[in-house]
Design a protein around this ligand. Structure first.
Ligand SMILES: C[S@@+](CC[C@H](N)C(=O)[O-])C[C@H]1O[C@@H](n2cnc3c(N)ncnc32)[C@H](O)[C@@H]1O
Length: 239
């Protein structure tokens, strides 16, 4: 994924630099697609659970989770510009969201901090080996990891054709970050299996007339842990 493209991507959709097309895309993202994402995430996290959206962009799905269920949300992105968008929209929707600038490749949280770690429209921008490492990192910090990406389907080709026809500025708004790939449900599910989960579920959903694939990984068996340090009368003992 081209990080430079992401730095300017949110300017095109939100704020003073945005274009009319960008603002329209943002409204669609927030009002239609974000709610659909949130409804998927609800299946995998307990109400009022601790939820991390890692590679959050505008975090519209998480904002809806907070709004509909009062979940405790942390939104993480590598770019401040994305976090500014989240802060702005959280104010508009009057919800509380923790903002963390960080990298999906090394999430700044201890093991199993969250009930759910998820993202939408993020994992399709990474190459195969990188994406496995990211899902493993999501697995480390949470009980359930969830990804939502665009499905491989011919219907995605027409927005790209129209955007290309409208010129590079509009095309960059639709292409998001440069590299991307569309997944079949089975292919996306296998990534979560390769990342080492005990159980993986997948499904295909539609939102705003477009198909997305969803995969979620769960750990059924407790992982062997390093021996805990127990404190006994002021001394530390293994046990
Ligand atoms: C398409 S956006 C996510 C869209 C989001 N679901 C929404 O609806 O707005 C992908 C985000 O991943 C972020 N990102 C890319 N590489 C990252 C990394 N290594 N660590 C954290 N975030 C990253 C980008 O900055 C971008 O904001």
């Amino acid at each position: 994924m081209s990080l430079v493209t992401w730095e300017t991507y949110w300017d095109g959709q939100h704020g003073q630099q945005s274009s009319a097309v960008g603002r329209w895309l943002f409204r669609l993202r927030e009002q239609r697609v974000g709610v659909a994402y949130a409804r998927v995430a609800m299946r995998y996290a307990p109400q009022r659970g601790r939820v991390l959206e890692a590679g959050c962009g505008s975090a519209v799905g998480s904002l809806w989770l907070a709004k509909l269920r009062h979940d405790e949300i942390v939104a993480l992105d590598i770019f401040l510009r994305a976090l500014e968008v989240v802060r702005d929209r959280a104010q508009v929707h009057q919800v509380k969201v923790g903002l963390v600038r960080g990298d999906l490749r090394g999430l700044p949280f201890p093991d199993k901090t969250f009930d759910l770690c998820w993202n939408s429209g993020t994992l399709e921008h990474f190459y195969h080996d990188d994406v496995i490492a990211l899902i493993r990192e999501m697995r480390r910090v949470s009980k359930v990891a969830l990804g939502i990406v665009p499905a491989q389907h011919p219907i995605w080709s027409w927005p790209l054709k129209i955007a290309r026809w409208m010129g590079p500025k509009v095309e960059s708004l639709v292409l998001e970050g440069g590299y991307y790939r569309l997944y079949r449900e089975r292919e996306f599910r296998v990534l979560f299996e390769e990342a080492g989960f005990d159980r993986v579920e997948s499904m295909t959903m539609w939102s705003a007339g477009f198909p997305f694939v969803v995969a979620a990984g769960f750990e059924v068996a407790p992982r062997p842990q390093a021996p805990a340090t127990r404190h006994v009368a002021g001394t530390a003992a293994r046990g």
